[in-house]
Design a protein around this ligand. Sequence first.
Ligand SMILES: [Mn+2]
Length: 355
Amino acid sequence: MDRPAPRIEREGLAGRRTVGPIDASQVPRFAGPATFARLPRADEVPGWTVAVAGVPFDSGVSYRPGARFGPAAVREASRLLRPYHPGLDVEPFAVVQVVDAGDIVATPFDIEEAIGQVGAGAMALIEGGRRLVAVGGDHTISLPLLRAHARNEGPLALVHFDAHLDTWDTYFGAPYTHGTPFRRAFEEGLLAEDHCLHVGTRGPLYGATDLTNDAGMGFRVVTSAQMDELGPAGVATRIRERVGDAPLYLSVDIDVLDPAHAPGTGTPEAGGLSSRELLGVLRRLVGLRLVGADVVEVAPAYDHAEITAIAASHVVYELIGLLAIRAAQASSTPDGSNASEDRVSHLAPGVSDGL
Ligand SMILES: [Mn+2]
């Protein structure tokens, strides 16, 4: 393209101009290089509030490798995301400036060095209260991401969507792997006591002590099977009760979805959530103090027709919607008026209709 791509520009919070996705009525969605949702790169706008960044690191996996290709696959699969979210009644890219910040580069040869690189990369991105949705990569990356956010926000409420607990101690003696980040986070004091929850766990464990050890670290669990009784609204209520007003970090391992909805992942387990259920839970979390999030474990080599990457791209979009609404709520005047209120009408928690 020999001229800048035409982008959707809007007036966002406090009258600030936001530069959104490339206009799909002028440039077809399948044309041009992929950024997340065809948003501008960070270096194409003067400043931003929310970034999507890839973390293509998968040297911490225990089974199928390949999540290093997750960020590229999620970007490709995100081309069809549109600017308006009807379930949340928000235009997330209009309310705040959202960008694709590229990839946080980490060595594939040394896990501890990579963890340092991811942490430093994340710290730079979230400086000054900016928000990050990281796209993995394997679940190892959540440890440095939690470290970075806890440094800014203090101990975090962690809501962890995953088939697995990820609170094991070591694998082959290795303390830093994709199955251990949340035990390390607990040990390091990054997590807020009595505010952490796993959602969607299932499948065989090494033993019953996996669960008692996990509970001993202060985690509670809503299993995948409980989705049948509670439904997305009930699960969201459990989450809201657990998190309260603590700063919230959301970590979504795409294997929380059933392999029918996410075949392209490293450690699939039968009996998982549908993508509809996961999205339905997430969009009922409006009003919580979301400070950061990641979506991990998309391994495109095992995917089919982009099923997994599409699901992940929608999860990221959902998270951006929550962050945009959070930013709008934070900047609302006491009488509730707000320059971009027409882009966000559901500012109250407990969105339940039209989801
Ligand atoms: Mn995991």
